[in-house]
Design a protein around this ligand. Structure first.
Ligand SMILES: Nc1ncnc2c1ncn2[C@@H]1O[C@H](COP(=O)(O)OP(=O)(O)O)[C@@H](O)[C@H]1O
Ligand SMILES: [Mg+2]
Length: 277
């Protein structure tokens, strides 16, 4: 399958067969994720689109290894994923980073921004670089997200705007270079202008690092803008999948058509100022 946007030729990176997750018992049982298959390739941006409660975050948590599937299997780099011990989980997590909806929940509010970035250097095993080298790395990461290190340094997370916080998150990702980034509604709490900037930075991140990015959103317009591949979820099921053009410009399922009905301007160049939510 060829993809008009990325030329999709990366090797298979992460996949799942028959992935399920139930919550509760008996009458109160919820099938949050129901028999889901996916294939994520290296360097691809994949969007998972669905309304609130469709199972997106549950799926993301299973991929992250934070929640156990109740059925099915995940394959990592071609082999069944094994995160059965603490050591194996730690190794798996070296490959993965996540950005969540609420940037403020991610940081320790008592740590200054400098420490957030210094921590990335330490996590990469470069804690013994000289002070100047560390500053250069931190400045470089800030430059990548168009922030001035001098403006951030010595500040606490709550002194930054939501948009600045999410950009700082991306600076972290730039430094850590995970193989997989899961961004769960990263733009839903920030203004439209910052949203466009964040999306463009995710694209730049993918282009400069060949990272695989899973972008989770309820906004099919944002998904079209950013993704190579799209999966549409309804009540725990994948009801549509394909390249962004296949799934969004030529949808087969009624559900996708209904979601598109909410975005009348999908065929026009995307207008971020009108993107609500
Ligand atoms: N820890 C949990 N316990 C019970 N039910 C849950 C839990 N987490 C999610 N669910 C249920 O699973 C379904 C999917 O939720 P979620 O994955 O958060 O959806 P989304 O991220 O698409 O909004 C919802 O019906 C939600 O109430
Ligand atoms: Mg969610």
């Amino acid at each position: 399958m060829s993809d008009p946007k990325s030329g999709r030729n990366g090797e298979l990176f992460l996949s799942a067969r028959g992935l399920c997750r139930e919550f509760g018992f008996g009458d109160r049982k919820t099938l949050a994720v129901n028999n889901v298959d996916f294939e994520f390739h290296r360097g691809e941006i994949i969007s998972i689109v669905g309304e609130s409660g469709s199972g997106k975050t549950t799926l993301a948590k299973m991929v992250l290894g934070l929640l156990k599937p109740t059925g099915g299997e995940i394959f990592f780099e071609g082999k069944p994923r094994d995160i059965s011990t603490h050591r194996k989980r730690k190794l798996y997590w070296q490959n993965i980073q996540a950005i969540f909806q609420d940037p403020f929940s991610t940081y320790n509010i008592f740590n200054k921004v400098d420490l957030v970035l210094l921590d990335c250097i330490r996590l990469q095993g470069q804690g013994n670089l000289s002070k100047t080298e560390k500053f250069e790395k931190m400045k470089d990461a800030c430059r990548f997200v168009n922030l001035k290190f001098e403006e951030l340094s010595n500040k606490y997370p709550f002194e930054l705007s939501g948009g600045q916080m999410q950009r700082l998150m991306i600076a972290r990702i730039f430094m850590l270079r995970p193989k997989l980034l899961i961004a769960d509604e990263p733009t839903s709490m920030i203004d439209a202008c910052s949203r466009a900037t964040i999306l463009d930075m995710l694209l730049k991140l993918r282009d400069e690092t060949t990272m695989t990015i899973v972008f989770i959103t309820h906004d099919i317009g944002l998904a079209y803008y950013i993704s190579d591949m799209v999966y549409i979820m309804e009540h725990g099921n994948i009801v549509e999948q394909g390249t962004a053009d296949e799934a969004i410009l030529h949808p087969k399922s009624d559900y996708t058509k209904r979601l598109l009905g909410d975005v009348p301007k999908i065929y026009d160049p995307w207008d971020f100022t009108s993107a609500a939510g």
